[in-house]
Design a protein around this ligand. Sequence first.
Ligand code: TYD
Ligand code: MG
Length: 469
Amino acid sequence: MAKRSSTFACQACGAVYQRWQGKCDACGEWNSIAEESSAAASAAPVAAGGARLKKGRTFALENLQGEAMDAPRTPSGIAELDRVTGGGFVKGSVILLGGEPGIGKSTLLIQAAAAIARKGARAVYISGEESAGQVRLRAQRLGLQDAPVELAAETSVEDILATLSQGAPPRLVIIDSIQTMWTEAAEAAPGTVTQVRAAAQGLIRFAKGSGAAIILVGHVTKDGQIAGPRVVEHMVDAVMSFEGDAGHHFRILRAVKNRFGATDEIGVFEMGGEGLVEVPNPSALFLGARDAKVSGTAVFAGMEGTRPLLIEIQALVTPSALGTPRRAVVGWDTSRLAMVIAVLEARAGVRLAMHDVYMNVAGGFRIMEPAADLAVAAALVSSMVDIPIPPEMTLFGEVSLSGLVRPVPQAAARLKEAAKLGFSEAMLPDGLQDAAGKTGLTLHPMRQIADLVAEIAGGKGNPKRSARI
Ligand code: TYD
Ligand code: MG
């Protein structure tokens, strides 16, 4: 059997090749493939048939009935953070926190470390990017200087682990960032996939052994992937992303993967002069200042995990001067918008093919739910016919390709939040009327997308209707 002394790995996505090539087939990056010696990869099992395989040690197998290891959690006391982690940092767990540069990852984590330390637990903050002085300066600006956080600027995994192993195991360790760490266990240069993977491996092993919760900060690339090793995402217990928009002050913490909690929860923060402040009632934030008399806006009654969230959707439909009309979307899925447009055309006769369509989710929020279909369709129709949707109206519902308005989960929570924020009417999928309970909302059940168009554009005394659709 031919033995290779080295392999080639894409530094962007971690794909492995037997020989060098200019472009990675897996992720399409150019010049991202670098040689890695097999010594670095020797942590992986040796190929079958290898005569030099070490004889394995036997271990006892257990059944599922045994005592379940409880997952004691350390809540940080920052409610928005604890909601996303699933109730606090789990002992021995490792979280990867991704986010664009400058979004506030370091700020969030120094605040979390300070909160844990103030409760009397040991919290360690290791910065590989900033000097201890810089971290201290930030902490002082945030008014955290009295919190007994243990701080160091270090990048050697061996040194870090030796230091952490002294004394009582820490409850929380922040590694800012994993891309700056390097370990002697791998020969590659710092920042390469091999190094990042090996460094993460060492830290994860320490977390599992000592019971410390570790948060690894990960840089993200332009397109939002955690840079370098996707493999690290598989190794850790939870992956979180910290998102936001340069033009807005608020930030959203989202769980992408969580072995110890739900992944659809979000935490909302506002970045201010004193660091990140929790936003316990984000609906008010995303609704923003509304101009009720303008057509093309609809308020979507959304859900983020267990939390209802009212969000304004804005659409602008204008006649197109181009052969191929423009479709621009901020905060929603482009192909989902294309689908809603096609369904409106085919099932309700709303002719958008000759119009440019711009769609925006107010406040820079990003909606993931298909339940927003109905509100998007309403905003489009409202802009098209230039008839505002009543300001007290909120909408939700999924639209299928057949034009059917389909039920979505958690209708009761959505309606309750709408009533709480002063809305008095709701357009919703037919069949969910019971969910309104005692909210006192006036309901407009919809069966077909055509019902929605008729409701908005076809109201009595709307002279524009026949002219515009
Ligand atoms: P930082 O936590 O350094 O971001 P990351 O670690 O994700 O790169 O955040 C830096 C940004 O946050 C910077 O642009 C300034 C802003 N900021 C505030 O607005 N207020 C504050 O109190 C702090 C500490 C930072
Ligand atoms: Mg930082």
